[in-house]
Design a binder for this molecule. Structure first.
Ligand SMILES: *Cc1c(COP(=O)(O)O)cnc(C)c1O
Length: 231
């Protein structure tokens, strides 16, 4: 069995175990394979193992791989930081964007989303525990941003995404994910919405994220192996 196939089996088992432990239905937890820095060949192999959702962080790299993989029906998720000059390509070439953190970017994605495509599925990235990071809106900005995005016709607001600051403390990991869940609940209540997505949990902390309500876990290293470089 290939390494990727073996890894996917292990991850799927981890998801099922974590869901059982949290008394949640594992069908409601989606595996997003994060393929940044990995070749198209590795993505194709994971696809052949039944994975259909793939996450990319770097636009040029992603577009190149999309070309090489245009013969298979992958659902592409953009999960990296977004600069204004990248929104057109993102709006045209992805089905999901997890990393929207300001209105200007949301408006550009909305205006540039081709009208023959379904609305772009959006998560707002929230900066929950890492004040030094520039990615993500603050919890205070969240309600206004959600309210505005929700009015954009070519976007569908689905939920929230976060990358908590790495920590060895299990308790702090729980706290960060729980905070994102509470923020989603409070938006739903205050804006009368039914956001259904919490994009949280990576290779090292997916169990804790699932316990706290993750509906999409974003897994790179545990599927494709260590990244030899970061771009
Ligand atoms: C790289 C990355 C991941 C995957 O991280 P691993 O620890 O390799 O599983 C998940 N989410 C985002 C936003 C990433 O950039």
């Amino acid at each position: 069995m290939s390494e990727i196939k073996k890894n996917i089996d292990i991850i799927q088992e981890r998801i099922i175990q974590a869901a059982n432990f949290a008394t949640k239905n594992s069908d409601q937890i989606h595996l997003l394979a994060v393929s940044k820095t990995k070749p198209a060949k590795a993505i194709r192999e994971a696809f052949q193992c039944g994975i259909i959702n793939f996450g990319e962080n770097y636009l040029q790299e992603a577009l190149q791989k999309q070309l090489e993989l245009s013969d298979i029906s992958i659902v592409w998720h953009f999960i990296g930081p977004i600069q204004s000059n990248k929104t057109k390509d993102i709006a045209e070439s992805f089905q999901w964007v997890h990393s929207v953190d300001r209105l200007k970017i949301a408006e550009r994605l909305n205006n540039q989303r081709p009208t023959n495509l379904p609305p772009l599925q959006i998560c707002i990235q929230v900066n929950i525990s890492d004040e030094s990071s520039k990615s993500g809106c603050t919890p205070n900005q969240l309600i206004e941003l959600a309210k505005a995005i929700q009015l954009l016709p070519n976007l569908t607001l689905r939920g929230l995404m976060a990358i908590p600051k790495p920590t060895d403390s299990i308790e702090q990991q729980h706290q960060a994910f729980a905070q994102l869940r509470q923020l989603k609940e409070s938006i739903n209540q205050q804006l009368n919405l039914s956001l259904d997505t919490l994009s949280m949990g990576m290779s090292d902390d997916l169990e804790i994220a699932i316990e706290e309500g993750a509906t999409i876990v974003r897994i790179g290293t545990a599927i494709f192996g260590e990244r030899s470089y970061s771009v």
